[in-house]
Design a protein. Structure first.
Length: 170
């Protein structure tokens, strides 16, 4: 199956089976994150895979009480240990973590699992629940598990709306 097929298959899954994820699948998902590129190869991403049901319930509350967060058998807290600013002026932490997290989402798709990015959450609550130190940024959460819902058709802008060649022509 081509990479583009997996990319097209990924969708935001918001309903999950009550079924644990096999360790070999989790291992490959972590490997996908480990292989991601990062600025200066710093690799200062850290991922807490929350499997404990009680802690997942607390994570749901921290995620603005989105019901599927507690339902998913795994909730990932994606964190950055670095606040290094690149020459371009952008902080590499959120960028590096986002790349690795999408690697996770795509590998999960290839494993038959669903994911959903979660940006609606309170980082201080997550930090307290998981014991994450003050100097570590909680960048995003992601739910992970076997889906019970199905992909919807994608609403996306046409290619010419988002990409051009040689000069800015938007
Ligand atoms: C950074 C980011 C944060 C998001 N936060 C949430 C969220 O808190 N809750 C949610 O249900 N979906 C969230 N989403 C999912 C988006 O709504 C979804 O990706 C978008 O509507 C496109 O749909 P698709 O993922 O099914 O293709 C988030 C997505 C991204 C990339």
């Amino acid at each position: 199956m081509s990479l583009l097929t997996e990319i097209a298959k990924r969708y935001s899954c918001r309903a999950y089976q009550d079924k644990p994820i096999e360790q070999d699948k989790l291992d490959r998902i972590i490997e996908a994150a480990r292989l991601a590129p990062s600025a200066n190869n710093k690799q200062e991403w850290r991922f807490v895979f929350v499997r404990d049901a009680k802690i997942r319930q607390q994570m749901q509350v921290a995620a603005n009480n989105q019901p599927f967060v507690g339902q998913a058998p795994v909730v990932i807290a994606a964190c950055a240990e670095s606040d290094y600013v690149m020459r371009c002026g952008q902080r590499c932490g959120p960028i590096d973590v986002a790349i690795a997290l999408e690697h996770i989402a795509l590998q999960a798709t290839a494993e038959g699992l669903g994911t959903c990015w979660i940006g609606s959450f309170y980082p201080d609550q997550v930090r307290q629940i998981l014991g994450i130190p003050e100097n570590v940024a909680v960048i995003e959460l992601m739910t992970l598990g076997y889906p019970t819902d199905q992909a919807r058709s994608k609403t996306r802008a046409a290619a010419e709306k988002i990409a051009c060649y040689d000069h800015w022509t938007f």
